[in-house]
Design a protein around this ligand. Sequence first.
Ligand SMILES: [Cu+2]
Length: 356
Amino acid sequence: TTVHWHGVQVPIQMDGVPGVSQPPVEPGGSFTYDFVVPDAGLFWYHPHVMSAAQVGFGLYGALLVEDPDERLNVADELVLVLSDIAIEDGSGELQSPDSGGALGSLFGREGNHVLVNGRIRPTLTVRNGAMQRWRIVNSAKSRYFQLQLDNVQPFLLIGVDGGHMEYSVERQVVVLAPGERADLLVAPKLDAGRDLTLINIPFDRGFGSVEFRSADDLIAFKAAPLPPAPAVAFPRVTRDIPPMSAEAARPIDIELIMTKDHGLTTFDIKGGPFWRGTSVLAAMGETQLWTITNKAIWAHPIHLHGFFFQEVDEKGIPVSPRAWKDTIHVPAESTRRFLVKLDRPGSWMYHCHILE
Ligand SMILES: [Cu+2]
């Protein structure tokens, strides 16, 4: 196996891609990962060998890098690792990672049990109305999460993949593609005689992805035997993120397409499957404008190793609030763009984070 440190800007030797940044670690072997964590934020780690099986069977974890200068007045801080696992109903055995055949590989296999920190529908005891901070990572190998509290009270979204955003925004629904992170403030409001639940609403990735599916319960909330906390407004959380400029950026076009090869449908990047895909080349320190066009009928989260990028609109202007991202959700039959400064040497991978 190997370990990839998703979102952490490590030197290429520590990036954990077998055959590119290191040889795979054989059973019984070892490899020491040694690096400095340069950015505050919630990151995560997972193998980059047979990822569908190894991540699907539970090899992943969160890596929280805290900023010692950060001041946020909250009652409780949680790291929530969202995932799922496929278990046979009768035997309780783990399901084979290639169940569902070619269609499973194409769409991505979602486990039949949704997990929060490795548990099914945990209960969280909270003080009614007290502000909480939740840092959330989607570690599932192909499931999108669309989070909502069932009383539809708002979250304050203060950060994403690469830490705080330019400014915080209120959201009733937060969508996380596989690999993405969110940093939220929320003051759970428990009305007497009514349960509060964090739910996952099936996310429409495209053709056939939401039919006959209902919401999953993720976390049940229970009121602590304390008087309700006095109501407080959300703070305004800001960060100075200078906008990147598309001027002089080298344009890179990436197309995600579906092709039929000897009757087998596959996803290709840039008109070739990965084993004969063309590499994107960059001069050291160069800024590139990537345009990713998804011509497939399902959404794809595209992850770039080693760098943060800024999502931009069709004119090359960074979208507001500006944020540092390492994984971008590209809806079906849509285009997304980002600016990235490639200023660290190495052969860095970019790939869809539906792990099949
Ligand atoms: Cu990853």
